[in-house]
Design a protein around this ligand. Structure first.
Ligand code: HEC
Length: 198
């Protein structure tokens, strides 16, 4: 008990600190440097965390399934801050249901202006409306799965299956396009219905 009393007593610590300064003239400098070091260590630990929170989430290739169109850029900008687009490209809903989802995201914190909401819901309702087929995994799809896709001619199905045998499994649209000899700019619509993992 006597020991604890001594430690808590500023009086008894004072000579100890004074003694330290006296014995080591660099004592003050040392203390400042340690404080600086602690601060920069804390900053070094927090800055990447803070930056990660500001950066879009990992895309994981899902944005490849966004077909071209008005509103696409806004979706990419506004809908990737908290999660990637996996759920979005797999859902099929009409305009009013997409409006509900987008409004729901706004209440969760998606930073959107009313006119952006309009453009985004119009895009989503067109690209991922009720009549639009769900994406098919090109690495595991059967011939029948591929045949069901819009804009997919039977000769294209053969080319895709052949390319998969030779060069698959594909990791992304770029690899598939290369195997098919399809130029990057070639917006053959079936490409937007193909995914590379589930
Ligand atoms: C501020 C963060 C945030 C942003 C930005 C955001 N979301 Fe979400 N989103 C969430 C959260 C949180 C969930 C999980 C909700 C749950 O399942 O409980 C979610 C879930 C979803 C889902 C799956 C569940 C559902 O409600 O259908 C879809 C689809 C979706 N978001 C689409 C979008 C779209 C489209 C945008 C852009 C307009 C967007 N999100 C932007 C936070 C966000």
């Amino acid at each position: 008990m006597v020991g604890i009393g001594k430690v808590n007593d500023g009086q008894s610590l004072e000579p100890f600190c004074a003694d330290l300064k006296l014995k080591n003239p660099a004592g003050t400098m040392m203390r400042i440097n340690i404080r600086k070091l602690t601060c920069s260590l804390i900053a070094a630990l927090w800055i990447p965390l803070w930056a990660a929170a500001q950066m879009p989430t990992k895309d994981e290739g899902w944005s490849q399934l966004l077909p071209p169109g008005e509103g696409r850029a806004q979706v990419l900008e506004s809908c990737t801050g908290c999660h990637n687009l996996k759920a979005t490209v797999h859902e099929r809903k009409d305009r009013s249901a997409w409006t509900k989802t987008v409004n729901d995201m706004v209440t969760r914190g998606a930073p959107l202006f009313p006119e952006e909401i309009e453009a985004i819901t119009a895009y989503l309702a067109k690209a991922f409306g009720p009549g639009v087929p769900k994406p098919v995994n090109v690495n595991t799809a059967t011939r029948e799965d591929l045949e069901k896709l819009p804009n997919m001619k039977s000769e294209t199905v053969e080319r895709v299956l052949e390319a998969r045998r030779k060069a698959g499994p594909f990791k992304n649209a770029e690899e598939l396009r290369a195997a098919l000899g399809m130029p990057a700019g070639d917006a053959d619509a079936y490409i937007y219905f193909l995914k590379y993992k589930d």
